[in-house]
Design a binder for this molecule. Structure first.
Ligand SMILES: [Zn+2]
Length: 136
C-alpha cells in the first residue's frame, strides 16, 4: 500500500474514531446540526461532566436533543436571541421518551446546573451566573 496516497477520508474509514467526551457522551451529541460546529469553551467540559453526574443521580439514560447552536440555528428553532445555547446549554429528554421522568430529571439537576427550564418533553440546563429555574 502506498501510504502517500491515503487521504484523510481513507484514514477515517480505517480508524473509526468515536469522539467520546465522557463515559456516556460523544462530541457528536452536542454539535450544531446545521454547521457541525461546537465551541470547546471550558463551560462545555464542565457542562458535560455535570451531565454525567446527572446521569448517575437519575439512574436512567437520557439523550441530548439540542446542544451548541450557531446564531442561524438558534433563530431557526425560535431560540431566545441571547440563548445560552449560543455559548453552551443542552436540552435533554429521557431516552425511552417516558416523559413522566421529566420531574426526576429537573429535581436531580438542581444543585448541579444554575439554569434549569422544565418543559413537557425535555429539560434545558445551563451554567449561567445567576440561578434561574423556570417552567416552559
Ligand atoms: Zn449551525
Amino acid at each position: 500500500m502506498d501510504h502517500m496516497k491515503l487521504t484523510g477520508e481513507d484514514l477515517l474509514s480505517i480508524i473509526k474514531p468515536n469522539y467520546q467526551v465522557t463515559k456516556n457522551f460523544n462530541y457528536s451529541d452536542f454539535i450544531c446540526p446545521c454547521c457541525d460546529t461546537l465551541k470547546l469553551v471550558p463551560a462545555f467540559y464542565n457542562h458535560v461532566t455535570l451531565l454525567e453526574i446527572l446521569w448517575n443521580r437519575v439512574g436512567f439514560p437520557f439523550v441530548v436533543i439540542s446542544g451548541y447552536r450557531c446564531k442561524l440555528r438558534n433563530a431557526d428553532v425560535g431560540g431566545a436571541p441571547r440563548s445560552w445555547h449560543l455559548l453552551f446549554a443542552t436540552d435533554v429528554r429521557p431516552a425511552d421518551k417516558d416523559y413522566s421522568k421529566i420531574d426526576i430529571l429537573w429535581e436531580a439537576a438542581e444543585g448541579l446546573f444554575t439554569g434549569i427550564g422544565i418543559y413537557e418533553e425535555h429539560i434545558h440546563v445551563d451554567l449561567r451566573p445567576e440561578t434561574l429555574i423556570w417552567r416552559g
